[in-house]
Design a protein around this ligand. Structure first.
Ligand code: ADP
Ligand code: ADP
Length: 228
């Protein structure tokens, strides 16, 4: 469902962040993306939701070519892909409920679907009782749960997470992982960049290691493989 062929990315400052990436990720997989800082993990992930375009090469999501996708079609792509960030990126003046509902409003989901869908995902992440609160009234772990709820409320086939536990303590991180595992068990593909060695070694999944813009290791049920 996600395929990269000879993907090359050179930023305007001359840095080559992807130097010939070839990879296939099937529906329902859970994939960790690991590697040292500056290796190209974020670039790899950002190209999957078209936050960055490759300089050359092909990226297919369910057969749609991202490099060729017209800008006006990007919102359609974003319906198929949910994104979760390290810093949550919640809208600070909106309540928990409104933050999640917003993701449906922007894709013009029929109004009558919004309340049941938002309620359902808030229940899934365990935050239905905090629907009226503002993000600043929540802990980091709770804010990340809201962000996950927002990412899945469109029922995307893929959730892409860039260091989702990067700002969280170990216990809270495990809670977030449990939510992502649950979403994966429901059939959603998960691609997650992480530096969290404990998580990668404990919840075993496919590991793609990137160094210098290249995939240097790709193992099913792999370990973290770096000492930090
Ligand atoms: P990682 O996520 O593994 O830390 P990145 O994909 O963020 O790696 O970065 C890979 C390389 O590309 C680094 O050398 C980084 O400095 C560079 N880079 C990332 N984003 C940009 C950008 N917008 N402009 C220029 N260089 C960038
Ligand atoms: P912007 O123009 O500021 O990027 P968007 O309308 O693209 O605003 O996004 C609004 C909010 O939703 C932002 O906080 C953004 O980070 C988040 N967002 C955008 N696309 C997605 C997605 N596919 N999944 C989850 N959150 C998203």
């Amino acid at each position: 469902m996600i395929e990269m062929k000879e993907v090359y990315k050179k930023y305007s400052n001359g840095v080559v962040a992807a130097n010939g990436l070839n990879v296939k990720i099937d529906k329902g997989e859970f994939v960790y993306v690991v590697g040292p800082s500056g290796a190209g993990k974020s670039t790899f992930i950002k190209m999957m939701y078209r936050e960055e375009k490759p300089t050359s090469g092909e990226i297919l999501i369910n057969g749609t070519s991202l490099p060729k996708l017209k800008n006006r079609k990007v919102p359609l792509l974003r319906r198929q892909i949910g994104v979760v960030f390290q810093d949550f990126k919640l809208l600070p003046r909106l309540s928990v409920y409104e933050n999640v509902a917003f993701a449906l409003e922007v894709i013009e989901e029929p109004t009558e679907n919004i309340r049941p869908r938002v309620t359902e995902v808030l229940e899934l992440v365990g935050l239905k009782h905090k629907a009226r609160m503002l993000p600043t009234e929540l802990s980091g772990g709770e804010q990340q749960r809201v962000s996950i709820a927002r990412s899945i409320v469109n029922r995307p086939q893929v959730v892409i997470a860039d260091e989702p536990t990067g700002n969280l303590d170990p216990e809270t991180s495990m809670g977030i992982m449990n939510v992502l595992e649950q979403i994966n068990e429901m059939g959603t593909t998960i691609v997650m960049a992480t530096h969290n060695k404990d998580i990668v070694n404990r919840n075993r999944h496919r590991v793609i290691a990137i160094e210098g813009g290249l995939i240097v290791r790709d193992e099913l049920e792999g370990g973290y493989g770096y000492e930090i």
